[in-house]
Design a protein around this ligand. Structure first.
Ligand SMILES: [Zn+2]
Length: 215
């Protein structure tokens, strides 16, 4: 039995879990985030590929992260997203930890479940239309790190959170369905056709945020 994950926003004050699902959204769902009068959208520029991801060598999430990277890379035909694991966290574009977040800063995309919880955080840069790297992904046990089903929870949640770090930043998960890994309450153990369509659409669209490398 897989854990039920509920994903919600924790910083942006809009009504969570009250999505309006447009009819017949076969082609995909919303990936942009509306913040005040700003429309935020993000994708990895080809010049930043492969995206450098750090995770501890002994992290219980490591194998699930490798699966998640492969799932998202395979959603593309022309290699629009590629990632590699790096050993130095200070050089990483995305940092993945099997622990709760310690900082309250940034824009958060959170998920919680009976066995594990997840949160992805990004920060806007000091210059307009910028996103300051790194992204931070946290996925950690709700209580018992050996709970039945926690490996499924980790695999689904890491795939979901990495989807946020690829640029699916709509905090309401608007339009995502239960069959999509990016559903706010994800149970799908892998990408749906709609997940693939959405990320393809994002990577072939103009975006508003430019990543600022780490100092
Ligand atoms: Zn989410």
């Amino acid at each position: 039995m897989k854990g039920r994950l509920a994903c919600l926003i924790s910083l942006v004050a809009v009504t969570a879990c009250a999505d309006i699902v447009p009819p017949a959204q076969r082609e995909g769902y919303e990936y942009r985030q509306i913040l005040g009068t700003d429309t935020l959208s993000f994708k990895w520029d080809p010049s930043l590929l492969p995206v450098k991801i750090w995770i501890a060598d002994d992290s219980p999430l490591r194998s699930h992260l490798i699966t998640a990277i492969s799932r998202w890379e395979q959603a593309f035909v022309y290699g629009e997203f590629r990632a590699t694991l790096v050993s130095d966290s200070s050089r990483a574009d995305i940092i993945v930890r099997n622990a709760p977040p310690t900082s309250g800063a940034g824009l958060r995309l959170a998920a919680f479940a009976s066995q594990c919880l997840g949160e992805t955080t990004y920060q806007l840069g000091s210059a307009p239309k910028t996103l300051q790297l790194p992204w931070r992904v946290h996925v950690w046990p709700a209580s018992n790190p050996n709970a039945t089903g926690i490996q499924d929870c980790y695999r689904i949640t890491v795939t979901h959170e990495l989807g946020h770090a690829l640029g699916i930043i709509n905090a309401n998960h608007a339009g995502a369905l239960p069959t999509d890994v990016m559903y706010r309450d994800p149970v799908a153990d892998g990408l749906s056709e709609r997940d693939r369509n959405t990320i393809e659409r994002l990577y072939h669209s103009r975006t508003t945020l430019t990543a600022v490398p780490r100092p």
